[in-house]
Design a protein around this ligand. Sequence first.
Ligand SMILES: O=C(O)CCC(=O)C(=O)O
Length: 256
Amino acid sequence: MRIALYQMAVVPGRPDRAMEKVASWLRGLEGIDIAVLPEMWNTSYELERLDELADEKGKREMDFLKTLAMEKKIHIVGGSIAVSEESKHFNRSVIIDQRGEVVYQYDKVHLVPMLDEPRYLSAGEQFEPFELAGEKMGVIICYDLRFPELMRRLALEGAEIIYVVAEWPEERMDHFTPLLKARAIENQCYIVACNAAGECNGTVFGGQSMIIEPTGQVLAVAGQQEETLIAEIDIERSTEVRQAIPVFESRRPELY
Ligand SMILES: O=C(O)CCC(=O)C(=O)O
């Protein structure tokens, strides 16, 4: 399974320009099964302008991604997009398969105080694994990475690849990589982390998107600027690693 990540330099407050960039990136991909986008790629952190910028239920971006998924016959882990719904705003991840069907949607459950997200966004209330390309996977959004309980539950419920879609700032990159590696090692699954590049309102995003094996070994890592990262994933690795070091069998959930 070949996965491509778009470490996109965001175009804050310009969903039209963002969609042009994503279309041209997707159209340029060849031999890829799954394409992954970063967090809030449509608006970036223009939270004060979401009334004006976010489309109702994200229909504009969803229709756009569905069309491209069918055109390219590619599965799309659509990062996340800012959406409006019943006068609220959500930071919503959308997963679309190669037939253009929406297989899963997830609203970020942990909102970031440092970015004033709780003031402008409503939090999601649920999450679960989804199936794409015949495999069980999960997705979390950026700040969610600081809460290991999410990934543990996704892994316990069968996810063997977990996507982390992010706009993680440069100033806290020393947290990003160790957290990603730890989550891969403890859950013995692939971690596919797609961060943004560029900047929004003075916050510079740190890039360093990466694909990490269930052993914690980094398969591919990006620099800080806009870049495409590609890696081949062998989903069987997760089962092999879980057999070699059977942490799931050794758990004592009755104690914690
Ligand atoms: O947790 C962090 O340091 C970054 C979180 C973040 O930027 C986000 O969730 O968008």
